[in-house]
Ligand binder design. Structure first.
Ligand SMILES: NC(=O)c1ccc[n+]([C@@H]2O[C@H](COP(=O)([O-])OP(=O)(O)OC[C@H]3O[C@@H](n4cnc5c(N)ncnc54)[C@H](O)[C@@H]3O)[C@@H](O)[C@H]2O)c1
Length: 254
């Protein structure tokens, strides 16, 4: 039997690079149902077309709005009859600016999406998962473990969700709800293109080379490298793992 046999999952940021790769791997590993949640409707439509699997459902929601989070969670339970795995993965990088120039509205937006959106996801998933347990995975970053100059809001937010994850792991344990965080290093996708451009407008390729030279395994992660860790944490192969930080970075933070 495949490791994710018959399991169901909610993936926020489901139309993005890591979210979509995880959906694909989840289904390949035996998963039955996926609810992709994203605020970008066009990207969700594309993702559904590309995944081309009857188990894939989509829900347009802003994860910073409580009613919308409750709605996507309730929809998943209505569709699947249960909730085994929740991947709280939607995120926003903000901008690259010295802290003295960092725009207050962008700071608030990054914290809203990357921290409040995760807490709301937990808040509405817990009551369903308290019945039969499950696995919740939160996407932090290597930016949750180390500092990066000019990335105040993102770094703050990705440190913060480690605390979020630990509290949820403690409160979930009596119900057999496991909660872990995943910490990708630079991933070869849209978000890194945006950050590379932010660090050196017009010379993003040079920034990429600079990052790669600091990664012992010599390359950025692929979306699938991150999805592999998420599917492991989603499966019962990780059934004794909770409250833990899981770094997938080719050795970047060594
Ligand atoms: N790409 C990287 O190098 C990298 C590294 C470390 C961590 N991460 C984290 O991985 C996660 C996934 O990012 P990705 O790399 O796939 O980038 P991505 O931009 O492709 O995906 C992020 C998705 O989140 C969605 N989203 C943003 N705000 C939302 C909101 N308010 N409501 C609903 N959906 C919203 C976006 O529409 C997008 O589809 C993020 O939490 C990101 O911070 C990424």
């Amino acid at each position: 039997m495949k490791p994710l046999h018959n399991k169901s999952i909610i993936i926020t940021g489901g139309a993005g690079g890591i979210g979509m790769a995880t959906a694909r791997m989840f289904l390949d590993e035996g998963g039955k149902d996926v609810l992709l949640v994203d605020k970008n409707k066009n990207a969700l439509d594309e993702a559904k077309k590309e995944l081309n699997n009857p188990g894939v459902h989509c829900f347009v929601a802003d994860i910073t709005v409580a009613d919308e989070v409750k709605a996507y969670t309730d929809k998943a339970v209505e569709l699947f009859g249960k909730l085994d795995v929740v991947f709280l993965n939607a995120g926003y990088e903000g901008v690259v600016k010295p802290l003295t120039e960092y725009p207050e509205d962008i700071f608030d937006k990054v914290l809203d999406i990357n921290v409040k959106g995760v807490w709301l996801g937990l808040k509405y998933a817990f009551p369903h998962m308290q019945k039969s347990g499950g696995s919740i995975i939160i996407t932090s970053s290597v930016a949750g473990l180390t500092g990066t100059a000019q990335m105040m809001a993102y770094t703050t937010s990705k440190h913060a969700v480690i605390g979020t994850m630990r509290v949820a792991a403690l409160e979930g344990a009596p119900y057999k709800i496991r909660v872990n965080s995943v910490h990708p290093g630079p991933v070869d996708n849209r978000m890194m293109r945006s950050l590379e451009e932010g660090f050196a407008p017009g010379a993003g390729g040079e920034v990429k080379k600079g990052f790669e030279s600091q990664i012992p395994l010599g390359r950025y992660a692929t979306n699938e490298d991150i999805a592999s860790m998420v599917t492991f944490l989603a499966s019962d192969k990780s059934k004794y793992i909770t409250g833990s930080i899981h770094v997938v970075d080719g050795g970047f933070v060594i």
